[in-house]
Design a protein around this ligand. Structure first.
Ligand code: ZN
Length: 144
């Protein structure tokens, strides 16, 4: 049997990920070493059939993986970053859920506002500061 793990990822799933980020080896928050951990370690239980994370041994920052790959979903997030990503994404979601822009258009619009390429415009890639900037742009748009 061919058991898939992050060290033996699915080639098909890996090929499907557009613009993959490299696997983190050192934490950009604390310079700690990063290893593969599991959902159980960070959430207390496994949440999917790909229950892996990159986990910093220093500060506990983590990020999940695209299913059946070793590709991180974003950059390592400490508690502050995780909370910023969660709360700052809400006004963004209100924009495209309003139907006044499609989700794709909304990402293009936000990338333009933030001066970054559209394929780098993901809340999972943002720092806490970038999340705040994104939220400010979204709230301005929503209050127009
Ligand atoms: Zn760290």
């Amino acid at each position: 049997m061919d058991i898939k793990t992050p060290s033996n990822p699915s080639r098909k799933a890996t090929a499907r990920v557009k613009n993959p980020l490299p696997a983190p080896t050192q934490c950009h928050h604390c310079s700690g070493l990063v290893r593969i951990g599991t959902h159980e370690e960070v959430y207390g239980r496994d949440y999917s059939d790909w229950p892996y994370v990159y986990l910093c041994e220093g500060c506990g920052a983590y990020v999940g993986l695209h299913p059946f790959t070793a590709i991180p979903l974003g950059t390592l997030a400490d508690k502050r970053t995780r909370e910023a990503r969660k709360s700052c994404k809400l006004p963004f979601e209100r924009i495209w859920r309003s139907g006044r822009m499609s989700r794709t258009e909304a990402y293009k619009w936000l990338a333009d506002k933030m001066g970054i390429p559209t394929d780098e415009c993901h809340f999972g890639w943002f720092s806490a500061e970038q999340c705040q900037t994104a939220m400010t742009h979204c709230n301005e748009w929503l209050s127009r």
